[in-house]
Design a protein around this ligand. Structure first.
Ligand code: SPV
Ligand code: MG
Length: 546
């Protein structure tokens, strides 16, 4: 059964009538409406300026009222909070207003704000001479017609006074506000375009007690520097942040398109923008997935899982690891390991295991399967992996917990078809002679055009200094992917090695060399940089810029 909620019209009415200062956030389509709701706003301003801007036309009624209606319907469908539509002048006379109210009610819109100008209107911040005001009587008729038409008593009709915008002065503003109150408006939007709140505060003084039954709504776009408390103290009821999603979206779109145009590449853009997975989340794909399970016979996808090795302290990072292991060091506001876990989440991979050891109680991440290597001081990677052996089934990615990498690397790895695939960085030229890593020899070097793992096989892997591994074709970055066949053989080999007397010192490369000894094919997926192994303080500061 669906939970009954307070009607949107009633929600907006409650906001208007509450003793608190309430806020409406601008939105201009379904997505921005949803974003406003998720941010915590209790209501939405369907801005005429932003909706027309999103459609690429001017705020002069160039978009027809039915086109606006279409947009606001998407906004309403996408959210549970009320929408106050900026209805401009009501798109005509009292008769057009009647039809507008009916259609808005049918589409779940909680209210409409109409302004006392002449159709077609011009945005209030443009040319004063283009702001002729409507006849007061005629506008009152429009308010009454709207009120008589609505079916739901709680549907809200806000009358917007443009006298201050058009330069007619405070006397006219007060006269109009009072006339609209008497005509039955559920609130008055008093607009001002000066950079100080003086006009609004002066109006509020005169309006006095009337704001209890006929609350005041403001749009402080121009007097934005006013502390919000001043509005509270003046008994203003609702404050509208009128165009800020649209303006920020334009900033972001201009930046990203410029970068992509200039660089003819997505490489420097991808990790700075939301993932397509985030779009799917905002579009509520989850609901469809659940419905598909209910109404279609869809088999569960063969979802991979991930195992992170994170038991060691991080010897070179003493001060940062007093109270937590290195995988929990803060990098760009998030624990190091969370950055790679997020790559998995973006692929909807939620089955995540972590083998922890040093300061295991510091792990606060939720929805994770934890395995504890309490002998972390005397054992090494394979002992940790062995503890999570039951997780090595079907498609599994095994990862070091202390690596940072661009997310495309995981996307590509997940598409690899081999039984066992490892990720190898071929960009070795800037390694200092003393640099230490897991250097690999492969059947062929990276040719920098072919990216598929089908093209190279692992021949051997050895930990050591760059100067001792000049012939190596690359460095393993700490990621292995297996499919069902690969998981079986890897798991079996791990069990065999666990009987070896030297097992406690063994690392993942020892397992790989053992697999090679058994003639198991290990594919190599080459990359060209774009990752970082966080071992020392220099790596931590590089990580902050990663
Ligand atoms: C809008 O957001 O479209 C408004 C407010 O009407 S303003 O742009 O300030 O006129
Ligand atoms: Mg407008």
């Amino acid at each position: 059964m669906k939970t009954p909620t307070v009607k949107k019209t009633t929600q907006l009415r409650n906001m208007l009538m509450s003793n608190e200062l309430e806020f409406l956030m601008e939105a201009h389509n379904g997505m921005s409406a949803k974003i406003a709701e998720e941010a915590g706003f209790k209501g939405i301003w369907g801005s005429g300026l932003s909706i027309s801007a999103a459609l690429g036309v001017r705020d002069n009624n160039e978009a027809s009222w039915t086109q606006v209606l279409e947009v606001v319907e998407f906004m309403s469908d996408a959210t549970k909070i009320p929408i106050l539509l900026d209805g401009d002048t009501g798109y005509g006379n009292f008769n057009n207003m009647r039809r507008l109210v009916t259609k808005l009610e049918q589409r779940g819109v909680a209210g409409v704000c109409i302004e006392d100008k002449i159709f077609p209107k011009t945005n209030s911040f443009l040319r004063t001479e283009a702001q002729p005001l409507a006849d007061i009587e005629e506008f009152c008729g429009k308010i009454k017609a709207g009120q008589d038409t609505k079916l739901d008593d709680d549907f809200n009709i806000i009358a917007r006074v443009e006298a201050l915008i058009a330069g007619w002065g405070m006397g006219e503003a007060l006269k109009r506000a009072e006339a609209y109150r008497l005509a039955g408006a559920n609130g008055i939007l008093m607009h001002s375009k000066i950079s100080k709140p003086d006009e609004i505060l002066a109006f509020m003084k005169e309006w006095g007690e009337r704001s209890k039954s006929c609350p005041i709504v403001i749009v402080p776009t121009k007097y934005y520097a006013t502390p919000t408390n001043a509005f509270r103290e003046a008994n203003i009821s609702v404050c509208i942040w009128a165009n800020h999603q649209m303006r920020m979206a334009v900033t972001a779109m201009q930046n990203v398109t410029k970068t992509i145009f200039e660089e003819q590449s997505l490489m420097n853009v991808e990790d700075k923008i939301v993932s397509v997975a985030e779009l799917f989340r905002l579009q509520n794909d989850k609901e469809l997935e659940a419905a598909e399970k209910l109404y279609l016979s869809v088999a569960d996808a063969d979802k991979p899982r991930a195992i992170f090795l994170a038991a060691s302290r991080g010897a070179e990072l003493k001060e940062l690891t007093e109270d937590k292991p290195k995988v929990l060091i803060d990098i760009n506001g998030k624990p190091l390991i969370e950055q790679s876990i997020n790559h998995f989440y973006e692929h909807d991979i939620k089955d995540i295991s972590i083998v922890r050891g040093y300061k295991k109680e510091a792990f606060k991440l939720q929805n994770i399967k934890y395995f504890d290597n309490d002998n972390f001081e005397t054992t090494s990677e394979l002992s940790s992996l062995f503890l999570a052996k039951k997780e090595i089934v079907d498609h599994t990615v095994i990862s070091y917990g202390d690596i940072l990498y661009r997310k495309y690397i995981l996307s590509r790895l997940l598409e690899e078809k081999g039984d066992i695939t490892i990720v190898v960085d071929a960009a070795l030229k800037d390694r200092a002679p003393g640099y230490e890593g897991d250097f690999v020899n492969c059947s062929r070097a990276h040719n920098h055009t072919l990216f598929s793992a089908e093209n190279a096989e692992l021949k051997g892997i050895k930990f050591g200094k760059a100067s001792d591994n000049k012939e190596a074709q690359g460095e393993w970055i700490g990621l292995i992917k297996t499919n069902k066949v690969g998981s079986d053989v890897l798991s079996k080999t791990l069990t065999e090695l666990s009987n070896d007397s030297g097992f406690s010192k063994m690392k993942l490369p020892d397992l790989m060399n053992k697999l090679l000894e058994k003639k198991v094919k290990i594919n190599v997926m080459y990359i060209d940089g774009h990752w970082l192994d966080v071992d020392n303080y220099a790596d931590v500061s590089r990580g902050q810029k990663f």
